[in-house]
Design a protein around this ligand. Structure first.
Ligand SMILES: [Zn+2]
Length: 281
């Protein structure tokens, strides 16, 4: 039973990581009811328990408005207040304390761009958020923690955004036709291959030009300039030329470090030759 439940929970977390880009350490925003539940059911240390639930490291947050609300509840909630005060504070713009659910709805927002999970025992609040926000919801049931499964709204939004990524908009289509026509025209002008017999131009080459991505792309760190290990010997020379340049002008300081030696030197020299650094910019 326990394993089955955990599988279900992890599947929900995976839905949010895959479809919406939630990343570890997971940020969990806690309201007063949730903190109180953790404290009164002795689910401690809370971050360990929640990490186990989500299957990754977590960072727990609350807001000033939540703390203010706990303060108002008096000494029955003193222990919960103390626990809440130990959490990190997610910034809310409320000068005067708002009701906790209003405050949290605002901090999360519709798109939940900060990728918060929300812990609350308020079932109605959870239902409301499921209809209008991309937020995974965590709650306690006696001494176990659970995560609500993605709502229809959350699943549908994921589907819609995927469809959007996979299909072209009208403007993109027009642009594609225009660009391919241009490419064909330029090829014909150079007298290369006859394109007429191809009929429709090939789409593949223009894809990147349009910036259409059908998958998240990660930047690869490309080496800039030569392999630094292969130019160890030039170090002295580099230092000399650098000090020379420094004495001449401070303006050239914003050079990128990765630039090649030769490039650096030649550029400095040419600049010096054509126009001194004294020239007013
Ligand atoms: Zn607030």
């Amino acid at each position: 039973m326990r394993v089955k439940r955990q599988k279900k929970n992890r599947r929900t977390v995976r839905f949010f990581t895959v479809c919406y880009g939630f990343r570890q350490p997971y940020k969990v925003l806690c309201d007063g009811t949730f903190v109180h539940h953790l404290v009164s059911n002795e689910i401690t240390p809370a971050d360990t328990a929640i990490s186990e639930l989500l299957g990754g490291p977590v960072k727990l947050f609350t807001t000033r408005c939540v703390i203010a609300e706990l303060e108002k509840l008096g000494k029955d909630f003193a222990e919960s207040l103390e626990a809440a005060q130990m959490l990190s504070t997610a910034t809310c713009e409320h000068e005067e304390a708002k009701a906790a659910d209003e405050c949290l709805s605002e901090v999360i927002g519709m798109k939940n761009s900060e990728h918060f999970f929300l812990g609350t025992q308020d079932a109605e609040f959870r239902r409301k958020l499921q209809q209008e926000s991309i937020v995974p919801l965590v709650f306690g049931l006696r001494n176990i923690l659970l995560i609500d499964q993605p709502s229809d709204f959350q699943r549908q939004t994921a589907k819609d955004s995927e469809n959007k990524r996979l299909t072209m908009t009208d403007t993109e289509k027009k642009l594609l036709v225009k660009r391919t026509a241009k490419i064909i025209a330029s090829n014909r002008g150079e007298g290369t291959i006859e394109n007429e017999e191809w009929g429709m131009p090939r789409v593949v080459s223009t894809r990147n030009g349009l910036g259409v991505k059908d998958r998240p792309q990660f930047k690869r760190n490309r080496a800039k300039g030569p392999n630094p290990l292969s130019c160890m010997k030039k170090k002295k020379e580099k230092l000399q030329s650098k000090s020379k340049a420094d004495s001449n002008s401070g303006a050239q300081k914003e050079k990128k470090e990765g630039e090649s030696d030769t490039k650096k030197r030649s550029r400095k020299r040419s600049k010096k030759g054509k126009s001194g650094p004294e020239r007013s910019e």
